[in-house]
Design a protein around this ligand. Structure first.
Ligand code: UDP
Length: 336
């Protein structure tokens, strides 16, 4: 299949690109490099041993985007493009609603005009909001999101559902990601956050490499086994393979699918696993809870296994080793 990846130079998309090529598909990348690096595409090409067509276009610019559809017969779209920083979304809600929703409408209109019926969307476990129980299952209520970023994911799920309801031939897969970590085993591509990382694993890696002094663990008084927050960390290559399976999955209408491992680890588990896997001590301190954080979040991963015949294979040790391998080989990310 010829598959267009919006936001194709990003962390999850770049890994997906490689797995698509390995599975015999032809990826095409569109990205405006707002939050990603051109270098990521060069490295994907190096790892795939082939060139990948790419367009430097803002996905909201429908007219510019239409050129891609003139030049290629697209079979499916994976819509990764979007602003993704939780804290920034609280400070700049309008920018988040505008960019994330406009880009989705642009993609849907282009699909309609060009007869593309398949879309896979990067949603997030954040749409479950303050869920009352775990594991999180796809048919549990959504909403009650704790920040504008989460609400954009929630709204886009609704937009794509309505779009599919009005266009019966549409095939929409909403993938709810849990916590992606790790990197390609080569250490050539990985997560390259702008500024000080918000997420746990990149923060741990930057402490390990000496860029940051100390990890602040946000709260040790949660109702969890050791008091620190519990999440479902998933290796980015497993996540990428989940996208390949979603593209190949032939559903009519809309399917919502969690991509997680089904297992939760606490912040202290993660610190310990990283230390043991890589033989490095992580300096940390206990800090107050971070506003908007929930105690525990992990997936029920059975639906993905049943429908996509997919399940996460990488271990926590793989996640820690691959994250560190990327960080130590690229201490400044893509800007060596
Ligand atoms: N966390 C932490 N210190 C940090 C970053 C994150 O203690 O510097 C904790 C956070 O409170 C949560 C877990 O690590 O319990 C995962 O946070 P992350 O931001 O990576 O993902 P999300 O909150 O989106 O699940």
């Amino acid at each position: 299949m010829k598959i267009l990846l919006t936001g194709g130079a990003g962390y999850i998309a770049s890994h997906t690109c490689i797995e698509l090529v390995k599975s015999g598909h032809t990826p095409i990348i569109v990205d405006n490099f707002y939050n990603s690096q051109k270098e990521a595409i060069s490295r994907v090409e190096e790892l795939c041993g082939q060139s990948i067509p790419f367009y430097e276009i803002d996905v909201c610019d429908k007219e510019a985007m239409s050129v891609i559809f003139k030049e290629h017969t697209i079979d499916a779209i994976i819509h990764f493009a979007g602003y993704k920083a939780v804290g920034e979304s609280v400070a700049k809600p309008l920018a988040y609603y505008k960019n994330n929703i406009d880009s989705t409408i642009s993609v849907c209109e282009l699909m309609k005009e060009n007869g593309v019926t398949k879309i896979v969307f990067s949603s997030s476990a954040t749409v479950y909001g303050l869920a009352e129980k775990v594991p999180l299952k796809e048919d549990m209520p959504t909403g009650g999101c704790t920040n504008p970023y989460g609400w954009t994911k929630y709204m886009i799920e609704q937009i794509l559902t309505d779009f599919a309801n009005a266009n019966k031939e549409m095939n929409v897969v909403l993938l709810r990601y849990f916590n992606p970590v790790g990197a390609h085993e080569s250490g050539r591509i990985g997560e390259d956050p702008v500024g000080i990382p918000n997420n746990l694993m990149p923060y741990i890696c930057q402490v390990a490499v000496g860029k940051l002094k100390q990890l602040a663990i946000f709260g040790d008084d949660y109702p969890t086994p050791d008091g620190t927050g519990v999440r479902d960390y998933i290796h980015v290559v497993d996540l990428a393979l989940g996208h390949v399976a979603a593209c190949e999955f032939d559903c009519k209408g809309v399917e919502v699918i969690n991509l997680g491992t089904g297992v939760g680890y606490s912040v202290l588990d993660m610190v310990k696993a990283f230390e043991e896997a890589n033989g490095i001590k992580i300096n940390y301190t206990i800090a107050p809870r971070r506003p908007g954080d929930i105690a525990t979040c992990y997936s029920d991963a059975t639906k993905a296994k049943k429908l996509l015949h997919w399940e996460a294979k990488h271990t926590l040790v793989d996640m820690c080793k691959d994250s560190w391998n990327w960080q130590k080989n690229n201490p400044k990310g893509y800007n060596k």
